[in-house]
Design a protein around this ligand. Structure first.
Ligand code: GDP
Ligand code: MG
Length: 291
């Protein structure tokens, strides 16, 4: 019987370890501060009577433009098809309150053309925060399947298992076209390395990683750019991704603070919308009293 290899990837604090624990029945430490998962932890999830999944809980990472050891663990695994843990399916975990920021990493993972599944965790906070999501629309735009779950309330975990079981139906299409970062440059890259994934080449060039059985020098000799130029292109990539994410969420996500039921949101709402009204009201009262 085959074992499906699953990598849990996401920003710190989105609930990856909570999801890992739910799926594996293990009890890894859950923490409300970043960096608690220092290297990868693995566990087994029984998907159904015959199928098992090996779940790999990776350290929290904000993007694939790695600059920390934690982030390198993720990028090294995802670029290395020969790694024994190279995933059949990448599961990107996000949470309802920080979806915009969390999706940056999702769009990068999608560009690696690995079957990718999106978990939106902490659905228990949506009502409280006045958040609504159009899941079918988001699935269509992000070219993925979405499991909207609450790992705290144990809601939606079976849905994740079902989607993992059917991972072969997940799209491997990227969300956006990496070559739009710099068409001329990427065209040259494509010609020089016709069999390589452009976004992987891009990561090899911009990071200090050595993969794809390519000599780093081989790429560098032909495609050298100054450090500042590479930084500029990386920024351009981030801007492009956020443009795409903003456009998608503009339709796919509604946040109505006036519908929020928690105290903080109520207070925010009153402060932003009502304070001026009250000030004018009491101002007029004061004027009447004085005259
Ligand atoms: P990780 O850093 O991504 O591994 O996240 P953790 O699993 O350590 O969780 C981070 C924090 O989010 C912890 O305080 C969890 O209790 C909390 N958390 C996880 N899942 C949920 C959820 O479904 N709802 C709510 N409200 N909080 C959650
Ligand atoms: Mg963790």
């Amino acid at each position: 019987p085959k074992i499906i290899k699953v990598a849990l990837i996401g920003n710190p604090n989105v609930g990856k370890t909570s999801v890992f624990n739910q799926l594996t029945g293990l009890n890894q430490q859950v923490g409300n501060y970043p960096g608690i998962t220092v290297d990868k932890k693995t566990g087994v999830c029984k998907i159904n009577q015959i199928t098992k999944a090996k779940i790999i809980d990776l350290p929290g990472t904000y993007s694939l433009n790695a600059n920390s050891i934690d982030e390198n663990v993720v990028i090294e695994l995802l670029l290395n098809k020969n790694d024994e843990d190279f995933p059949d399916v990448a599961v990107v975990v996000t949470e309802v309150e920080n979806l915009k920021r969390n999706l940056l990493l999702f769009t990068q993972i999608k560009d690696l053309e690995i079957p990718t599944l999106l978990i939106i965790n902490m659905s228990d906070r949506m009502k409280q925060k006045g958040i609504e999501l159009d899941i079918p629309f988001l699935e269509q735009e992000l070219k993925t399947k979405i499991a909207l779950i609450s790992s705290r309330k144990n809601i939606g975990i079976d849905n994740i298992k079902e989607l993992i079981l059917n991972y072969k139906q997940l799209s491997t299409e990227p969300c956006l076209n990496a070559s739009s970062i710099d068409p001329e440059y990427f065209n040259r890259l494509r010609k020089a390395f016709p069999n390589q994934l452009l976004y992987k080449l891009w990561l090899v060039i911009t990071q200090d990683v050595n993969f794809l059985n390519l000599q780093r020098n081989e790429i560098e000799n032909t495609f050298t750019r100054s450090h500042t130029e590479l930084k500029r292109l990386q920024q351009k990539e981030t801007i492009k991704r956020y443009q795409f994410i903003n456009d998608t969420l503009k339709i796919g996500q509604k946040i109505d603070k006036s519908k929020a039921t928690d105290f903080q949101s109520k207070l925010d709402n009153i402060l932003t919308h009502k304070v001026f009204g009250y000030l004018i009201f009491f101002g007029i009262l004061l004027l009447i009293f004085q005259s």
